[in-house]
Design a protein around this ligand. Structure first.
Ligand code: AMP
Ligand code: GLY
Length: 425
């Protein structure tokens, strides 16, 4: 089997490492990949958004199965284009990817099918949005409709901030057309849980739950980032909560997408908040989360390719998906200055021998000759798997402390909140 993976971050590295475990897998091409991924796959310098170049590559190479892992190619119809060539793919077609690429689509779907989420109003006119905000409850959450690198959500605590949020998104168009419409939501409270789920449009198989750490600095301070670390499982996600989510959120969402004529096949990511009124959807993503994937996939016992092929064939009900009983922690090592401006091209030193339970996923680096150098904001995701979450966190940090590059920084409290939740994980 020859595989093609579209994307080039830590998530894609974790997916490739899991796919490699299947003895039938021969070549894996990763478009574009990165410096670390180049040790596990053949990297091809084609950007993940360049659909014509991706399809040309698929036409010229014996690709048996493709995994489209990143949000923009999914929204741009990469899976549709590959299907048109007859290439089997893991990932939703563009019309199903709208569940992430349009918040208006997602909110309208949830309202129609009574899936619990924050109450909201939708605006395509800035004046109407501003008028609504004069009396809207505060804090108000103002979200750009389209994809905005995870930065299109503004939480306004005062009316001034709320007005400014609308101006930033709709008038200044900070995120371009993503802000041509906005969703203004009520502010919810409660612990957040990420649940990634395999689904073939009918059956849903949730993965081990996880917790992201979005803020740049310890104690959830500082600006939002792509994610500074993740732990799995998430202690707030008890079996009772899981069952409630399955019945009120996961199955209704998958059925709603099928009923709307856009069945979702791939990995559906549920960003949940466990509010005093029960679990509610904060966001959907149409793909594996980053860095959640780096914490979740190392716990997968079943062969990933087998599960992905079952999803593609619509036969997920025939494949049991099994998980290790242990826990994992992924600590992101970032470039100094991230998520603001940062320097690149710093040589990275990773010890040749790290303990067996450690995997270093490469997110933002490249090979300069034989030397790995930094090339992005989030550079590495250092992941440990252990029988307990406490051990996983300790082991991940012990490994982090042996890895060096100029200006490297990480949060020192990944997993602290999960451990404080008081479970013996
Ligand atoms: P999103 O990109 O939609 O996941 O939003 C980013 C972050 O903003 C989430 O992880 C939450 O922490 C926060 N957030 C989004 N929507 C709400 C809401 N309605 N109430 C409170 N916090 C929210
Ligand atoms: N970790 C959140 C995301 O992948 O969007």
């Amino acid at each position: 089997m020859n595989l093609m993976v579209i994307g080039g971050g830590g998530r894609e590295h974790a997916i490739i490492r899991a796919l490699r475990k299947n003895p039938q897998v021969q070549t894996i091409w990763c478009l574009p990949g990165n410096g670390g991924i180049a040790r596990d796959a053949q990297c091809v310098p084609i950007g993940a958004k360049d659909i014509p170049a991706i399809t040309a590559f698929a036409r010229e190479h014996p690709v048996d199965f493709a995994v489209v892992a990143q949000d923009d190619p999914l929204a741009l119809g990469c899976v549709d284009a590959l299907h048109a060539l007859g290439v089997a793919c893991f990932g939703p077609e563009a019309k199903a990817a709208r569940i992430e690429s349009s918040k208006v689509f997602a909110k309208t779907l949830m309202a129609k099918y009574r899936i619990p989420t924050a109450r909201c109003e939708i605006f395509s006119d800035a004046q109407a949005a501003l008028a609504y905000l004069e009396t809207a409850p505060l804090p108000a959450v103002v979200k750009a409709d389209g994809l905005a690198l995870g930065k299109g959500v503004l939480i306004a605590r005062t009316r001034d901030e709320a007005r400014q949020a609308v101006r930033t998104l709709m008038q200044e168009r900070k995120f371009g057309d993503a802000g041509s419409r906005v969703v203004i939501e009520e502010f919810l409270t409660g612990p957040e849980v990420s649940v990634l789920a395999f689904t073939d449009g009918k059956t849903v198989r949730p993965m081990v739950s996880s917790m992201d750490h979005k803020c740049a600095f310890d104690g959830d301070e500082g600006p939002n980032t792509g994610g500074m670390g993740a732990v799995a499982p998430n202690p707030y996600y008890t079996p009772a909560v899981a069952e409630q989510c399955m019945q009120t959120i996961f199955l209704p969402t998958v059925r709603a997408m099928a009923a709307e004529g856009c069945p979702f096949r791939g990995c559906l990511y549920f960003g949940l908040m466990l509010t005093p009124d029960g679990p509610k959807v904060i966001e959907y993503n149409c793909r594996f989360g980053d860095p959640e994937t780096q914490a979740v996939l190392p716990l997968l016992k079943t062969d990933l390719l087998t599960v992905m092929q079952a999803v593609e064939r619509g036969e997920l009900d025939s494949v049991p998906v099994e998980w290790d009983a242990g826990a994992s922690a992924c600590v992101v090592l970032a470039s100094g200055g991230y998520p603001g401006a940062y320097e690149k091209d710093k040589p990275i030193a990773i010890p040749a021998e790290l303990p067996e339970n450690i995997t270093v996923y490469h997110a933002g680096d490249r090979l300069a000759g034989d030397t790995l150098v930094t090339a992005g904001g989030r550079v590495l995701g250092v992941t440990a798997v252990a029988p307990t979450l406490r051990r996983a966190v300790e082991d991940a940090y012990a490994a982090v402390d042996r890895i060096r590059f100029d200006g490297a920084f990480c949060r020192r409290d990944i997993g602290r909140r999960a451990l404080a939740a008081g479970k013996e994980l």
